[in-house]
Design a protein around this ligand. Structure first.
Ligand code: GDP
Length: 428
């Protein structure tokens, strides 16, 4: 049985917590896209951790954690992350790295930073992790696949070819020192020696795992709005954030993905540039940011303050639809307990007309939020384990959102910990 845990919004919805929680029942957890450019925050018995590359199953001894072929693999960061876990008494996790994953190279990171600096005020708000240059090279067929690390001839030839290309940009556009093939080759050898014990034919492993009836979790990074096809292009990431891509980025048959858990936060937040219709500002935003998540809404990778907004049903309906949600997990509901009233965005006004359909970017940039205001519940809901025990206004908030988005909210998260979860029967 394969389940996917994916984001219905802009990312940071709490996917890490939901994956960590579901991983208890899983045999395998797989990252299938993205790189170290975003982070999941996980709170469990070992403490609080920010994971960037590692799958969220790393805290369980019974889980095999897989870095799928769709991932942008930053090898030094992967090992730094593993060390951060083992230094804090987490047992060394079981890790497999796909022999078809490609490698983020130091020049991807350099080029990312150079391009952001060149664009200055017109930048995409990149985290400068090299993700866009990495995926550009993958599809331009000049990336380094993990398997190639073990073929000296390929490696040498490609290192030379890549340096010629990269040096045109580095020297003439960005006025940087040129790359040297020998130095590049040395880096690649270091990478090879680091990951050699973990490299595997992942699709063959998964084929056998499926035959043996194993439970597999696919873990998405970011969310629908950051998908390069269906998101707010060009303010998107460079790999697909959709559950459907899990089949490709892990090497699984698409029909094996039986459950898609779309994670959505009880209010909105976003990082980076791009349209954000229900965004709020000033004191209202500061207060929500300060109270949000677990210790404030600041980027897990960059520490940047996240942009804040009210819940957006238009974006979330679309977000769940493109994910193909079978279940919705509504997270961080506990944070809203301080509000007298809670606005919820139920439509977009574009050129004088109200729509519930999430539009293409040019129209999205002109959209203004249409709000309905719901009463708050004004109390702490952490610790509650049964849906019926939530305050009435809190249940009304959940049910209002469910009706608006049109997908069943079967899990409500009311705290950052593994056990802070309420399962419910949806009436949808
Ligand atoms: P992800 O990238 O989707 O995993 O999301 P992040 O980890 O960036 O952001 C979610 C933040 O909210 C983390 O700090 C989590 O510990 C925290 N979190 C997750 N679920 C809940 C919840 O139900 N309540 C509270 N208060 N915090 C939560």
């Amino acid at each position: 049985m394969v389940k996917a845990v994916v984001g219905a919004n802009w990312g940071d919805e709490g996917k890490g917590k939901i994956t960590d929680m579901l991983a208890r029942e899983a045999d395998i957890v797989i990252r299938f896209q993205g790189g170290a450019n975003a982070g999941h925050t996980i709170v469990n018995d070992y403490g609080k951790f920010a994971l960037h590359t590692l799958p969220s199953g790393v805290f369980y001894d019974h889980v095999t954690n897989i870095i799928g072929n769709g991932v942008a693999l930053n090898i030094p960061l992967l090992f730094k992350e593993i060390r951060e876990l083992t230094d804090r008494n987490v047992p060394m996790p079981h890790i497999l790295i796909s022999d078809r994953a490609q490698i983020v190279m130091p020049y991807h990171i350099l080029l990312d930073a150079c391009e952001e600096a060149r664009l200055a005020g017109r930048s995409f708000g990149s985290t400068k992790s090299g993700i866009a240059p990495f995926y550009s090279d993958k599809f331009a067929k000049i990336g380094f696949q993990v398997s190639e690390l073990f073929d000296e001839e390929i490696l040498k030839e490609k290192a030379e070819r890549v340096c010629v290309l990269k040096n045109v940009m580095l020297e003439h556009l960005y006025h940087q020192e040129p790359l040297k093939p020998e130095a590049l080759l040395e880096t690649l050898h270091e990478y090879r020696d680091m990951i050699a014990p973990y490299v595997a034919n992942v699709s063959a492993f998964l084929y056998e795992a499926l035959k043996a009836g194993k439970n597999i979790l696919l873990e998405g990074q970011l969310g629908t709005m950051k998908d390069p096809d269906h998101g707010i292009y060009p303010m998107v990431t460079s790999s697909s954030t959709l559950a459907a891509y899990g089949a490709i980025g892990a090497g699984l048959p698409p029909y094996e993905i039986k459950k898609v858990i779309a994670v959505t936060k009880a209010y909105s937040s976003a990082v980076g540039a791009g349209a954000f219709v229900s965004e709020i500002f000033g004191d209202e935003a500061d207060e929500l940011r300060r109270r949000g998540g677990d210790g404030g809404e600041y980027g897990a990778t960059t520490g940047r303050p996240r942009r804040m907004g009210w819940y957006d049903c238009v974006a979330s309906h679309y977000g769940c639809r493109l994910q193909g949600a079978t279940d919705v997990a509504l997270t961080v509901l506990d944070v809203l307990g301080y509000l007298d009233e809670i606005p919820v965005c139920v439509g977009y006004e574009i050129d004088g007309e109200v729509t519930k359909e999430f539009p293409v970017t040019a129209k999205l940039n002109r959209a203004k939020p249409v709000y309905e205001v719901l009463p708050g519940w004004k109390c702490e809901i952490r610790g509650i384990r049964r849906y019926e025990e939530l305050p009435e206004n809190c249940r009304k908030y959940v049910e209002f959102i469910e009706a608006q988005i049109g997908y069943p909210i079967t899990m409500v998260s009311n705290g950052p910990g593994r056990d802070d979860i309420i399962y419910r029967e949806s009436s949808l």
